[in-house]
Ligand binder design. Structure first.
Ligand code: C5P
Length: 224
């Protein structure tokens, strides 16, 4: 079954409320810049104490030794998943894998907020699909556990590689896509083979976020 990961891109009080209210321990909580920079251990410890898996979305992108240190520190926090930008290069990825042990490293291919014109801006002259395939092949050959990718590229990547697919940029029906560009619907992402869906604003903006999570879990369980 596709798992649900809630992106806690919100204030501390709302995040604590969500962590304490959700009973289904199969839900994964993702902590990113907003909460980690200002509340770090207070929030990561709570997630672990409440019995959830911790997804640390720090998108490491640095020289190999610094990335390795980042992975070691994430392990100390008890993180279960950690993101690394594949564009940090093979040496950084291998250094991360060397010390990851049980921590699952997820390679960020191309952010779901970027499209082909952005690649040109960055001086990348291959198509978006070629670029994503190239980064995915590199990540998996270096031993990463999975990839963060858009639902748009999922069929292409699943046809080429066997990997754990984490899909952000997911929206429920008739919602704004915000800053996300390569967006797919929740049903589409499940059908295309996502192993874990990352949802932030669709849940956080709901009038009743807990009920929204319940509704999504029902939907996920009806697509085994
Ligand atoms: O609010 P929304 O559902 O768009 O949030 C998506 C989450 O997934 C954010 O926390 C964002 O940082 C994260 N993410 C992403 N694209 C990636 C990797 C992570 O949107 N490639």
């Amino acid at each position: 079954m596709t798992r649900l990961c809630i992106a806690l891109d919100t204030d501390y009080e709302k995040a604590v409320d969500l962590i304490k209210s959700i009973k289904n321990k199969e839900v994964v909580f993702k902590v990113g810049y907003k909460l980690f920079i200002s509340h770090h251990r207070k929030i990561t410890d709570l997630i672990k104490q409440e019995g959830f898996e911790l997804f640390l979305d720090l998108k490491l992108h640095d020289i190999p030794n610094t990335v390795k240190d980042g992975v070691l520190s994430a392990r100390e926090l008890g993180a279960d998943y950690l993101t690394v930008h594949v564009s940090a290069g093979s040496e950084a990825l291998r250094s991360a894998v060397e010390v990851a042990e049980g921590l699952k490293l997820l390679g960020v291919t191309l952010l779901t907020s970027l499209e082909e014109p952005h690649l040109k801006e960055l001086g990348v002259c291959v198509s978006k699909d070629e670029y994503v395939v190239k980064l995915s092949a590199l990540a998996l050959s270096c031993g990463l556990s999975g990839l963060v990718c858009s639902g748009k590229e999922l069929p292409l990547l699943k046809s080429k590689f066997n990997f754990f697919a984490v899909v952000p940029g997911v929206r429920l029906e008739e919602e704004s896509s915000d800053d996300q560009k390569r967006v797919v619907s929740l049903q589409e992402a499940i059908k295309k083979g996502a192993d874990m869906l990352v949802l932030g604003r669709s849940i956080l903006r709901a009038e009743d976020p807990i009920q929204k999570v319940e509704d999504i879990l029902v939907l996920l369980s009806s697509h085994p």
